[in-house]
Design a protein around this ligand. Structure first.
Ligand code: FMN
Length: 351
């Protein structure tokens, strides 16, 4: 198939992406509190291989929930971003940070319970600390501070991770959000946390940075579904709070739909994520075992997406885009979806 759409540039807010191939966020490189040289080299390598946009792995905005030793709320982060951008900017790849808070899934920095929407146990077996009004406001401000730091460090955008069962999605969830105050109950209350986070970010950075949100339907009975995600997306767009939507699928209830392995075919997320994204007028980014630019081109031409995530495919071969563009698609080292990126203690693909 002639590859046409996949190499077309696309404007996302103030940022011109050089092509339609995105490496959506993946963690696994963040084992040190500071950005290591390895971390920086990894991203710059994806840029040299032709990736259009990389979204840095989820990292915490506030010490009340930690995913890795690495976080976004410390003073040195701006220097770290500048080092990263010095290495990756010359490649032409654009870079967003993913702003994350794990709520009831991951503990606080001191090992205590993570701050969460409620005290309903999370899927990692932890009872979070139900947030007070003051705690909610503190975390909202933390998101905005992290966006300001991303701008100071020269990044092109930020993404609020409101999928996969993390704090913003816990607020959205009819199952986890049992609050009776202004943050719980009907969807117009459950959405308030995400709205306030995005309002605070937009107020802090204006239109200088691209703002993305990652959404997903849960596969858990009682979790947030496709129809409510569509309403969320419409509400965010109505206020001009987002420049792009990145729709994934699933949460910790079903890891096998969140990061589908060999049993899932190419595009397995699209029946769910494409339906959510269909109500958007901002650029739509979809994921789900895309391994070749031919497959990506087909999805783009179908009109269901404007951008395609290729995460594990670019772990397997960082030169996927450039090799294919040069007519050497058969030389690409293919991703088989084995989900063994941490073998041998170092992040990578295979043995
Ligand atoms: C090791 C690993 C870590 C991930 N970490 C994140 C993350 O930090 N934030 C996020 O939104 N998605 C994360 N994901 C999900 C990916 O962004 C993507 O949605 C998923 O891998 C499916 O795309 P693919 O089939 O192209 O790999 C992760 C995936 C992998 C494999």
């Amino acid at each position: 198939m002639a590859l046409r759409k996949v190499f077309e540039p696309l404007k996302v807010g103030p940022v011109l992406l050089p092509n339609r191939v995105v490496r959506t966020a993946h963690g696994g490189l963040e084992m040190s509190p500071r950005m290591t040289d390895d971390y920086i080299a990894y991203h710059a390598r994806r840029g040299r291989g032709g990736c259009g946009l990389t979204i840095l792995g989820a990292a915490s905005v506030h010490p009340s929930s930690m995913l890795f030793p690495f976080s976004l709320f410390h003073d040195a982060i701006v220097d770290d971003y500048r080092r990263l951008m010095a290495a990756s900017e010359p490649t032409g790849m654009k870079v967003f940070a993913q702003l994350w808070h794990g709520g009831n899934l991951y503990p606080a920095i001191d090992g205590g319970p993570g701050w969460a929407v409620s005290d309903i146990p999370g899927m990692m077996g932890m009872v979070g600390m139900r947030m007070t009004e003051g705690m909610i406001q503190e975390v909202i401000a933390a998101y905005a501070n992290c966006a300001v730091d991303a701008r100071s460090g020269g990044l092109h955008g930020v993404e609020v991770h409101a999928a996969h069962g993390y704090l913003p999605q816990q607020f959205l969830s009819p199952f986890y959000n049992d609050r009776t105050d202004q943050w719980g109950g009907p969807l117009e209350n459950r959405i308030r946390f995400l709205l306030e986070v995005l309002r605070a970010i937009r107020a802090a950075v204006g239109r200088d940075l691209a703002i993305s949100v990652r959404l997903a339907a849960s596969d858990m009975p009682g979790g947030i579904d496709i129809a409510e995600n569509q309403k969320v997306l419409r509400a965010l767009e109505a206020e001009g709070l987002i420049d792009m939507v990145n729709v994934s699928r699933g949460d910790y209830y079903r890891m096998d739909t969140m990061v589908g392995a060999m049993q899932n075919p190419t595009g397995y997320e699209v029946p769910s994520s494409g339906e959510i994204a269909s109500v958007a007028s901002v650029p739509r980014l979809l994921a789900g075992r895309y391994r070749t630019l031919d497959d990506a081109e087909q999805l783009l031409r179908s009109g269901a997406a404007d951008l395609i995530s290729m995460v594990r495919a670019q772990i397997a071969d960082p030169d996927l885009v450039n090799k294919t563009r040069a007519g050497k698609a058969l030389d690409v080292r293919p991703c088989i979806g084995c989900n063994q990126q941490r073998r041998g203690g170092r992040f990578g693909c295979g043995p």
